[in-house]
Design a protein around this ligand. Structure first.
Ligand SMILES: Nc1ncnc2c1ncn2[C@@H]1O[C@H](COP(=O)(O)OP(=O)(O)OP(=O)(O)O)[C@@H](O)[C@H]1O
Ligand SMILES: [Mg+2]
Length: 467
């Protein structure tokens, strides 16, 4: 029997209808008023993995335990954003009752896959956990090790420096620590951090002279993925970001390139960092302690250090005096060093050995003193250190005797004068007030001091360095 024209139209429109459903990029499931699945489209199969044959013509709760669409047959309620998750598939459904001529005649459920989002979320959660773990490790590794108790010294100018540092710790000011090599600048930076409100957050030390200037910027500020040809996937977090809420210690800040100084200044001004290659900036809360053994004023004059940066860093100016100006602390320091490094074994120092300690100038300051004490401890078999256990470097003849062998009397006198004037200027400073005090100390008039400075060619800068 051939189809009637009506049957053909009905069949054709049914086919049109199915094609239409299959072309849609949402999954569709329809139930009749008895909860029997009447149709599902292709995308429904794609999303749920359930084939048409497995489900069409069956009572929904029988084939899809946990389904909710049939509940709408009872309460006639629309349901939106119903999240369903089965195995590795996740989707959201919008469920609505179908009324024909006012009578409930079925339910339609429209679903969209969220598997990808779901998995991404899960991965993100995992990465977040790993990140938190790493952050804890980083924080633990970046702790400041020393406190003010570890800083030994009773000489008045040193005590003043320590007092200033303690007061500084209670503030949020940036600190510039100046002093010769080995005087304890890093030690002070640790102690300030540990006495500050930031002590539970990282203390990160960066040696600006040890890292090539081309790399320093990305070390400090990080970079975005793809910023350079060999940049790491996901980019890199900079030390400023790692130090967030803590302290960053910029050691040898005088060695930072002029160009990078400008970028550092911007960070200090508005507290925002921009990774290399990044569009956006990020707020960070970092206190900066900078240190240098260079004469920054001289570098500023030579246009190698930015004056504006100098004033930014210099919230507090902490000057650590060299050991030769606080030789009275030698016994205390030596005792401390012995105690720290010799597992509690005590050593005595002979008068002869101590004479050498007092007579030497200690250009390498406390670091050199530590080395010499170590050396001596290792050289003696007993618990007594005499001059024979000291390294030759500190036993060389005092400067005056050395000169006398090869110099004329005038040279020796000039050298002695030069040495004494320089010392006095270093102690009191090279401004007018300092020179007046220096002249007073030396027992000469101010004009005589000026004459001698000129005649002996005393570079004013050697003395202004740390005054
Ligand atoms: N007052 C002090 N009491 C005890 N130890 C000290 C003191 N000052 C310095 N030290 C010790 O001396 C060594 C050198 O100190 P530190 O590294 O802080 O010097 P620095 O000024 O940073 O030197 P550099 O300019 O060479 O980097 C460290 O081992 C430090 O612990
Ligand atoms: Mg240092």
């Amino acid at each position: 029997m051939s189809e009637s024209i009506f049957e053909m139209l009905e069949r054709e429109s049914m086919e049109w209808f199915n094609e239409l459903l299959d072309a849609m990029n949402v999954g569709i499931l329809m139930l009749d008023r008895n909860g029997i699945v009447r149709l599902v489209n292709k995308e429904y199969t794609n999303i749920t993995g359930v084939q048409k044959e497995e489900i069409v013509g069956k009572y929904l709760p029988d084939v899809r335990p946990g389904a909710v669409a049939h509940k709408t047959l009872v309460d006639k309620q629309k349901r939106s954003n119903v999240i369903r998750q089965e195995g590795d598939k996740a989707y959201v459904a919008d469920i609505a009752p179908i009324f024909i001529k006012g009578r409930l005649s079925g339910v339609v459920s429209v679903i969209k896959s969220v598997t990808e989002i779901y998995q991404l979320t899960k991965e993100l959660q995992k990465s977040q956990e790993q990140f938190d773990q790493l952050k804890k490790t980083v924080d633990r590794l970046n702790r400041a090790r020393y406190t003010f108790q570890d800083i030994i010294g009773e000489e008045p100018t040193f005590v003043k420096a320590k007092e200033l540092a303690k007061r500084t710790a209670a503030t949020n000011l940036n600190v510039l620590i100046q002093g010769e090599s080995g005087t304890g600048k890093e030690l002070f930076a640790h102690a300030i951090h540990n006495a500050s409100a930031r002590k539970h957050h990282p203390f990160i030390a960066v040696n600006c002279s040890a890292i090539p200037s081309s790399l320093l910027e990305s070390e400090l500020f990080g970079y975005e993925e793809g910023a350079f040809t060999d940049s790491k996937r996901g980019g890199k977090i900079g030390l400023f970001e790692l130090a967030d809420r803590g302290t960053i210690f910029l050691d040898e800040v005088g060695d930072m390139s002029y160009e990078l100084q400008a970028k550092l200044l911007r960070v200090l001004q508005d507290g925002r960092i921009r990774k290399v290659g990044a569009v956006h900036e990020k707020q960070v809360d970092v206190r900066v302690i900078a240190a240098t053994n260079k004469d920054l004023m001289q570098l500023i004059r030579k246009k190698r250090f930015r004056e504006d940066l100098y004033y930014r860093l210099n919230g507090v100016n902490l000057y650590i005096p060299p050991l030769r100006k606080r030789k009275q602390d030698l016994p205390l320091l030596i005792r401390h060093i012995v105690k720290t490094y010799s597992d509690g074994i005590l050593f005595d120092f002979s008068k002869g050995a101590m004479d050498y300690f007092f007579q030497y100038d200690w250009p390498g300051n406390i670091r050199e003193l530590i080395n010499v004490v170590h050396y001596a401890i290792n050289m003696t078999d007993r618990h007594l250190i005499t001059e024979q256990h000291l390294p030759d470097s500190i036993k060389k003849a005092p400067p005056l005797k050395q000169m006398a062998a090869s110099a004329t009397l005038k040279e020796v006198l000039d050298n002695t004068e030069r040495e004494m004037i320089t010392q006095a200027l270093m102690r009191h400073g090279t401004d007018l007030a300092g020179k007046k005090k220096a002249a007073e100390q030396l027992g000469i008039s101010l004009p005589t001091l000026y004459n001698k400075i000129r005649r002996l060619n005393i570079e004013p800068i050697t003395s202004s360095s740390f005054s």
